[in-house]
Design a protein around this ligand. Structure first.
Ligand code: F6R
Ligand code: ZN
Length: 181
């Protein structure tokens, strides 16, 4: 990556050279358990769930990945908008998550099924150690912005998250829903 300095805002980050990736509901519909609601929404529109603004890393393994994600506010049935969620293929590659704006949850789950949840909001920094899959859930009413920093040698492993049935709700919501079923 080249040297850069930027305000911690999406506009400034784009000006500093970030690339943007957009994730829509039709790309991620399998994340949500309420299929009828997914189809109902998609009949009218294909909402953008989140955007990732990534500063292009150099191919060198020792470089860093530095991303801002903007996770929009909304729900699909009972489940709030969330990132796809992934493990890093190399279990030694961790990640720092710094909340910038809005409020949400960083959900961590390891291969043993152990779960931890940390807040994502302005002024909070969390660390996901290697071996912990991670997903961010927007539990608030406004867009959630966060900065993520990890090693550029990291390969996203989305399959393991699917196989392990990665959680999609903060614990207290999940309990509330099953209690009402
Ligand atoms: C990088 C990282 C984040 C996410 C981004 C989108 O390792 O964890 O930058 O890539 O928040 O989430 P996913 O990749 O799960 O769609
Ligand atoms: Zn990651």
């Amino acid at each position: 990556m080249k040297n850069f300095t930027s305000e911690l805002s999406v506009g400034a980050y784009l000006k500093a050279g970030a690339n943007k990736t957009v994730r829509t509901l039709s790309q991620l519909k399998d994340l949500y358990s309420n299929r009828e609601e997914v189809n109902r929404i998609l009949e009218n529109e294909d909402p953008v769930l989140y955007e990732v603004f990534e500063m292009p890393p150099s191919p060198k393994e020792t470089d860093l990945l530095v991303n801002i994600t903007v996770l929009h506010a909304g729900v699909v049935g009972e489940e709030p908008f969330m990132t796809k969620g992934h493990f890093h293929q190399d279990p030694d590659t961790g990640e720092v998550v710094i909340g910038l704006k809005g409020s949400g949850i960083l959900l961590l789950q390891n291969r043993k099924g152990e779960i931890q949840e940390f807040p994502v909001e302005e002024g909070k920094v969390s660390y996901a150690a290697g071996g912990w899959g991670h997903r961010v859930i927007n539990t608030g009413k406004e867009d959630l912005h966060f900065l993520a920093i990890s090693g550029a040698n990291m390969i996203h492993d989305y399959e393991t998250a699917v196989k392990l049935n990665f959680k999609s709700l903060p614990v207290e919501n999940k309990e509330r829903i099953s209690a009402n079923e």
